[in-house]
Design a binder for this molecule. Structure first.
Ligand code: ZN
Length: 132
């Protein structure tokens, strides 16, 4: 089963916890044992798994990426969002999560984050759930 969700972002650089929506899609799929793939079909956004317990962790990652890849730099791409393209490739467009007993296997502190690097925008995120 493949489903699409909409993610509305509010800042230029932002991590949004989408774990609840992904879990809902896994439930809907009825898959008990399998694989869940979360795919972001954008070149200036990404998806990652990291800590949810302390929101400062996501902020630290965003701040570090901003330092590593500054908004204004000597880029060739004329659109003015090269930093967002670089961050998107660094973080990656997909995550794979195992499904067992109808649930995502995530660590206690883990969450799935949609990563915006050129917001605010309305974004798409595709979730595919497949039985083993
Ligand atoms: Zn661009």
């Amino acid at each position: 089963m493949t489903k699409e969700m909409t993610v509305r972002t509010k800042k230029r650089n932002e991590f949004i916890d989408i774990t609840g929506e992904v879990e809902r899609i896994v439930e809907e799929s009825g898959v008990n044992e399998g694989i869940c793939t979360v795919f972001v079909p954008h070149t200036t956004a990404a998806v990652t798994i990291n800590e949810k317990a302390d929101p400062n962790v996501a902020r630290d990652i965003v701040n570090t990426l901003e330092k590593l890849v500054p908004y204004r730099g000597s880029y060739l791409h004329a659109e003015g969002n090269s930093d967002a393209h670089v961050k998107s490739s660094l973080v990656g467009a997909s995550e794979t999560i195992l499904v067992s007993s109808g649930r995502l296997i995530l660590g206690t502190w883990q969450a799935v984050f949609f990563c915006e690097f050129d917001g605010p925008r309305t974004r798409r995120c595709i979730v595919s759930v497949n039985e083993h």
